[in-house]
Structure formats: structure tokens, C-alpha cells
Design a protein around this ligand. Sequence first.
Ligand code: ARG
Length: 389
Amino acid sequence: MVNSFDEWSRLKEVVVGSPIHYDTQDLELSFKVFFHDVAYSSFCYPYYQSNENGGSKDKSVSQENYQSSQTFATHTLKKQYLEELNEDVEELVSTLQQLDVKVHRPIPLTRSIRFETPYWKADCIPALNIRDQAIIMGNEILETPPQVRARYFENDLLKPIFYKYFEQGAKWTNMPKPIMTDRSFDTSYISGQNVPAIQEVYPQNESEFDIGYEIMFDAAQCIRFGKDILINVATKNHYLAYQWLQRHFEGKFNFHLLYQFADNHIDSIILPLKPGKLLLRNPQFFDRLPEPLKKWDIIYPPEPTENIFPTYDDDDLILTTKYIDLNVLSVDEDKIIVNSLFPELIKTLEKHGFTAIPVQHRHRRIFGGGFHCFTLDTVREGSLEDYFS
Ligand SMILES: NC(=[NH2+])NCCC[C@H](N)C(=O)O
């Protein structure tokens, strides 16, 4: 039976994503808006630092590719990375099984699939970062509305699992699905002002189906602490989702709005490891935490260095910050699955009394996720408790 209220209590069942046929990325508006901070600004990757004003990394993408949402460039991911990723994900699965956790897997993609809605076209990606589009809120499976077009049908690959839980009595809800025309996106986060992003770089073409900003939001923008849920809001799209969630869960969960902690996901910034112990990327975030969390023991991880990552080519597209390994998965209040390639983080967690279970994860920056992103904890032992008062 679905039961998951927090990020740390004893894990009993989990879904682990599938990387099979993660072959391409559509470099179109929704992708660029989503990954702006990491892939399309000078934020985190050396390539951009030497190219501050140089614009986009995908040099192959010409201005014409941006002219319409119907045309876009495609980035092909290297086979070697995918094979190595698959090995690492399989190691994660067997580690979880050895820890007595029941592992479910999505339907793997058997081929690349191009699809079309009445409004735009995209290429399916596999259900790999399954933290992003579904959240377990107690006994309820909640599917969140996609923000990247290629991910529109991704959750269908999880349906056999969700149906099994539904048969066992789970509630199962979908937030409204967006039409996702160009103008559905609030790009003011990118401009850094209350105005849309530069239209030459992020052109938002008009469509007869424009209805204004829509609810677009990822589950990974929430972090669960029993009755209390942190929710990162960076755009009007997210704010609408916040309102939807508050109304839907009124009286059951309290949502604490974090304003622009990040562009979207926050599970490489803040992760509770057990009641009273919080992993936080760095002290810059402390002042903006909800008051009750300021009383918790804060564990700051060591600053990651470039040498813990594989060396990538200039044409590889990096989708995460260097902080991605904070994205750990707790098996219980003691055991935490951590990337073996970041031994300094393992030492830090051990110093704080945790048992680190090292699993190798090489290409987290290419595929956009760590162990927390790749998993959906459907059954944990914890219950609806108040950890904030
Ligand atoms: N659930 C996820 N996919 N989380 C990934 C978050 C990665 C985050 N944007 C970073 O670059 O560090």
C-alpha cells in the first residue's frame, strides 16, 4: 500500500527509473527554459565561463532553429555514457534489493518515439528522473504537470506500477495538464526581472491556443517533512501549482513557499536526513529556511571539485550543477545511498553518525539526476507527523 510522508523513514518499496533509450534531447523552448541555469548560462560549467557573452553551448543550433516551436535542434547523447549509466543504475537496483527494499521498474522504452500533440511535437525520453513528475503524498500518488515537452507522456511508463497501487487502495490524482504553447511559459526568471526573457534567444511565438501562463511544476520542487512540505516557486507557472496544491491538500499538509531557491528542483540543495538533521548545500540558504528548520542540525557537504566528474567533451550538454551528489537517497534514519565518486561527502555523513552506502554514479551531470532524482519512494514506514513544532 502506498505510504510515504517523508524523505528518511525506513524505505520498503521504491521505483527506480530506467535509462533505456535516453538517446536524444530536443533543444527547444521548454528544454532551454527548464535548463537555463545549468546549461544555458555561465552558471556552472567552465565552457561558459570562457564564453560569458557567447550565448548557447549548442553551437550547432542556429537562429532558425528557434524561429518556431515546430522546428528544433536535437542533441544526441553518446552511447558510452548511456551504457555506463545503465550499469550504475543496475548497481543501484541491486544495492536496494540487498537492503530488503522492493524495487519496481517503469516500462523501458524499446525505441525512440516522436510524438505530436495538437500543439507541438517532441521526442519521448525514458522514465529516468521519476522524482520529477510524481510525488507520493501519504496514501496518494500525485502526478505533476510536465515543464519539458519531451516529458509529456513520460509518466505513462509508470502506469502499470500506479495501477497496482491503485488496486491496493491508493488515491491517484493528476494535476491539470498544460497545453504548453510557447506563451504558457513565464520566462521572467531567466530575464531576472518582471519581464519575459530576451525574445531573440527564447522566442515565444503566438498560437491560436494561447491561454496565458499555465500550471507547470515538478514534484522535485517539493521536499516532504510529514505534515510540512517545502515548495520552491520561481515562476508564475510554479505559483499557480502552489495554489493548486494548497487547495487540494487543505487541512492535511502545510506548504511552505521557498521563493527562487533555484530555477526548479531543490533536491540538490536541501534534503532532510532524519528528524533534526538537514543536509543543506551551503550557508547561503540558511537565512531563508522556514523558522522551525533553523533549529535543526545543519550538515553542510564539502564543496565538490571538478575532479569527481568525468571529463566531458565540448559538445556534451551538462544538465546539473556540481552539487548534484547531494541528491542522496535515504534507506532509513541511519543508512544513506551516496555516490561513491564523492568520498568527501561520504566522510562528512559518517562524521555525523550516518552509515553511507556507496554506489557509483558517473554521468549524473549528463542525465540530470542523482539517486534521489532517479527514484520514487512509494512506501516508507513514516506517518503523518508534525516535525515543525
Ligand atoms: N529531481 C531532480 N531531477 N533533481 C535534479 C536537480 C539538479 C539541480 N538542478 C542541480 O543542477 O543541481
